[in-house]
Design a protein around this ligand. Sequence first.
Ligand SMILES: [Zn+2]
Length: 245
Amino acid sequence: MSLNDAIALAKSLCHEECMDLLLMQDPAAAKIPDDSFRYYTESSIRMGKEAANALLTSCGARPGHIGMEIWARLCAEACGVRVQCVKENSDRGFGLEIAANTVFEQGTCTVVLNEDLISEKYECTKEIPEIGESGVDQMLSLHLAHEYFHCLEYLKNGRVYRLLKPARKAGFLGIRECRIRAASEIAAHTFANEVMKSAVPPPVIDYLTMLRRGELSPEVLEELVTNMRRKREKVTRPAAVEFAM
Ligand SMILES: [Zn+2]
C-alpha cells in the first residue's frame, strides 16, 4: 500500500471505527469476549458525549467555538487544573514525543501541551480544509480538551475505565478480570471531538502525522484497519437463527 493510499484510508475512518481501533490496542483487548466488545466502546462514547453536553451547557458555548482563552478560564474554574505550554526542546525532560499529557498530583492536574509537536500535527493535517482554516490554536484547543476530560475524571467524575465492568475471561486458572484502560481514551477522544467539532476523528490526526513522519507504515495501518473491520463485523453480526423444522 502506498503512502497516499494509507493517508486516504486513515481519512476514511469514522469516529466509531477509530474508537474500536483504540480498544483493540488495549493490552487487555484479547480478554474482552466478543459479546462485550460493543459494551466498552459504546459506554465510553456515551460517557464522553455526556461530559461534552454538560460542559457545553454550563459554559454556554457552541461546539467548535471554545478557543484557548475559554479553555484557560474553564481550567481556572475547575479548581486545580493548570496548563503549561512547553517547546519540544524544553529541558523539562518529559513529553518529547507526546503532544499533550497531564500530571496528576495530590488533587491538582497540570496539563502539559507541547507546542512544537502540536504545530507539527497541524502541519501534517492542514490539507484538510477545516483544519487548515482553523489554525494551530484550534489544534492546541483540541489537545487541551482531551486532557481536560482526564482532569474531570481525576477531580470529579471518576476514571471511565474504573466505572465500567472489568473484562472477564475464562482461562486456565479460572475467571480472570481486568480493567480496560482504553475506555478512558475513547471517552476523552469522544469528549474532545464533541466539544471541538473536529473535522476528522482525533485519532486520524495522529495516524496522518505518524504516517508522514514515517512512524507508522502504510502496511501496519492497513493491517490494523482490516483487523478492526473484521472484528466489527464479527461483534455486530446477529446470532445464528435456528429454524424449527
Ligand atoms: Zn488521553
